[in-house]
Design a protein around this ligand. Structure first.
Ligand SMILES: Cc1ncc(COP(=O)(O)O)c(C=O)c1O
Length: 370
């Protein structure tokens, strides 16, 4: 088949100013992003706890490389096996899939990945883990496992304490696996607005995982890593004795919702949109739900913080009220409420400094769901 048009490669946009670009386009402010990476790395420099940045935030191999280069990182975290496959193919060596990998098709892929790279995966069920062990042993590979402990989120994971101990003891018997430790994510607290309360509760709940770690160690089971945490709790969970890794993701790009939680990091991500229609003080932009993650509310407009988005976005449009003087054709920058789902909608970051495009980074794992 030769008839399909090629996707226009925006690398030809380097050197242009933002108002010359086609829209909607995902923008990344290079200086803001770099400052975020450096700030987080500086926090973890010379601490026993290190970073394992979460790839799910941006899904870009180039940005992941910059995170490792910034330092204080032990490897990358992934939400999906397909994300780990992308990083594995790009030569990344220490990968954690902080999620359950279930079903024969996935286990087969996991084994293939483990042939090339050191991959660890979260588990919370003996039968699934046994299937993984049998496949790994048959292929002659080793898969690292961390047992996911539910410390209050009420999603995946097993209860802390004795329940975890029993699962770990059963897993230790299985061939083809290496027990690496525990994963615990305090996701139920991430969006708690009061920082002091968020930090105290994060430490309190994470102590359940630390105590579980001690229980395992008292039973003679070495726990190499306790991994968890987030961009919203990095300074609380990341300074708790017994926690080895912080899986921070959003700090790299940020979004307006996260900026309310950890304002020390800058919003580097925006969506360039164009005014395509207007009437009175009302303007319509050429981006909607298919171009901006809105789980935590409608986007904000960088150039017009007081402009109102009166109702939720439609698929392709965003209506702005209180936009006097806006011209059809002019561009504005939308700040999404959720960076991770926004990045997943685009194939490239158009990287800029001030008003000039300086680079284009592919988002290789965009749309990867399996
Ligand atoms: C398992 C896991 N770890 C860590 C995080 C933290 O990511 P962020 O820093 O973007 O909140 C998440 C977010 O959903 C997660 O699911």
């Amino acid at each position: 088949m030769s008839g399909f048009p090629k996707t226009s490669a925006p690398s030809s946009w380097i050197g242009r100013s933002l108002d010359e670009l086609d829209t909607p386009t995902l923008l990344l402010d290079r200086r803001a992003c770099q400052a975020n990476l450096q700030k987080m790395a500086a926090f973890f420099q010379n601490r026993p706890t290190q970073l394992r940045p979460h790839f799910k935030n941006h899904k870009s191999v180039t940005l992941a490389r910059h995170q490792l280069e910034a330092g204080a990182c032990v490897g990358m975290t992934c939400a999906k096996l397909s994300e780990a496959e992308v990083l594995g193919a790009a030569g990344f060596e220490d990968l954690l899939i902080a999620n359950q990998v279930v079903g024969a098709p996935k286990i087969e892929r996991l084994v293939r990945l483990a042939e090339k790279t050191d991959v660890k995966v979260a588990v919370d069920d003996l039968e699934t883990t046994r299937a993984m062990a049998e496949a790994a042993a048959a292929a002659g590979v080793t898969i690292g496992v961390v047992v996911e402990v539910d410390i209050g989120m009420g999603s995946c994971g097993v209860d802390p304490g004795e329940t975890t101990l029993r699962l770990v003891e059963s897993i230790a018997e299985l061939p083809g696996l290496r027990f690496d430790g525990i994963q615990a994510f305090e996701g139920h607290l991430v969006y708690s607005n009061d920082r002091r309360e968020r930090s105290e509760r994060a430490r309190q709940d994470m102590r359940l995982a630390v105590e579980t770690r001690s229980l395992l160690e008292r039973h003679g089971i070495p726990v190499r890593i306790l991994t968890g945490g987030s961009s919203a709790t990095y300074d609380a969970t990341g300074t708790l004795e017994g926690v080895d890794e912080i899986q921070a993701g959003s700090y790299a790009t940020m979004d307006w919702r996260y900026a309310e939680l950890v304002p020390e990091f800058a919003i580097a991500l925006s969506v360039l949109a164009r005014v395509i229609s207007r009437r009175g003080d009302r303007a319509v932009l050429d981006v909607g739900l298919k171009g901006a993650g809105c789980e935590f509310g409608p986007p904000r407009i960088l150039e017009a913080p007081h402009a109102k988005i009166p109702h939720f976005l439609s698929e392709e449009h965003c209506v702005i009220e209180n936009a006097p003087g806006w011209r059809i054709g002019q561009v504005v920058r939308l700040l999404p409420s959720h960076a991770c789902t926004t990045c997943n909608l685009y194939r490239h970051f158009v990287v800029h400094e001030e008003d000039e495009v300086v680079d284009v980074w592919p988002i290789e794992a965009s749309g990867k769901l399996t």
